[in-house]
Write a new protein. Sequence first.
Length: 233
Amino acid sequence: MNKIALVDDDRNILTSVSMTLEAEGFEVETYNDGQAALDAFNKKLPDMAVLDIKMPRMDGMDLLQRLRQKTTMPVIFLTSKDDEIDEVLGLRMGADDYVKKPFSQRLLVERIRALLRRQEAQAGEIVADSEETKVMERGELRMDPLRHAVSWKGNDVSLTVTEFLLLQALAQRPGFVKSRDQLMDVAYDDQVYVDDRTIDSHIKRLRKKMRTADDEFSAIETLYGIGYRYNED
């Protein structure tokens, strides 16, 4: 049973969403501010967190920033209906997905399941003899899907599930272009719609993380209006 942390200062959302998730077979922990959630996470991490952005004491952005210092567990943001800045900033800081308020609880459940399936696959709980599970080396890049491990020039790089999948898809075929639609198919289930901006934000954050290992990292090339490709030196 996967444990989901739901963090929101709206008690109606905490009550209704937690009831839905429990009916779907999840174990749910609820918190009405970021500090209370962080205190609990420091003792034991859940399998996934669903975070509101605007909360008292510690908001969702601050909480995510602290979480990303020690874990790559999937995080979904709940954002305001018209606040695109929240969405883009959240993705750049390390969120895996976002859902706009007011939202369909069915959609939220589907996105939670999609991210958990990918996390389990990358952790080796779903093991198959395929290219997706073999250790891959491309120049200075080394990726071990079963251990969710990435290194560049021997330096470890911590990636979220979505970032890992995007890098893996690009590096599997160096020199070949992947369109944004193809990358969406890699990172999300068919029933989960994201726009081009979401993929672009993930790629920007992926490049930034790779440059923590090498400030001259340039293996991911943007082809404007077309997509992205991985160039192996």
